[in-house]
Design a protein around this ligand. Sequence first.
Ligand code: GAR
Length: 216
Amino acid sequence: MARKRVAVLISGRGSNLQALIDAARAPDYPAEIVRVIANVPEAGGLARAADAGIAVETIDHRKFPNRPAFEAVLDAAIRASGAELVCLAGFMRLLTASFVEAWRDRLINIHPSLLPAFPGLDTHGRALAAGVRFAGCTVHFVRAEMDSGPIIVQAAVPVLPGDDEQRLAARVLAAEHRAYPLALALVASGRTRVSGGTVSVDGHTTADSLLINPAA
Ligand code: GAR
């Protein structure tokens, strides 16, 4: 089967981008990254993409008078790359409803919490303040409201005694690097179906085991 062509949008260091690049090196991975686009010229992820031989582009949102003007150029760049799917990987710009609708069910985001808990910024600080026993990450199809949309994959990690934001963020980030390649593979291979606000996954298996923290 032909590999799905994917554009990845970033704003920063690009460690999730790197996880997708590494996964896509496998010959049987169902997606290939054809373009990486940053809205911030200094985004560290641009060098990761260039090192992997992927075409990169910077579209600096500050050079546009408003969101629609920025998004028109972004949309044109994605389409010019031939991408069929778009992955947001630490892309820290809100997208308008019309952009999101144009890419409905082809636009994927990762967020470092178990959504719908803790959308937005400072997720780890808020999770620690709330005293939750599990944290994690969510890969989801994007809807207009920030950090919302049908969930494809979640990965949970325990919150441990003595955690601060850095320790928790690092544990969640390691989970992100496994969850995003899995989610993209499921979507790219046509195994996901969106219906209403949820996603069903063909032929998936899940261990029916209890996670309990503190351990009983
Ligand atoms: C990741 O933790 C990602 O989940 C988060 O930004 C970080 C980017 O890191 N995204 C969001 O908070 C989106 N709401 P990376 O550039 O190393 O992939």
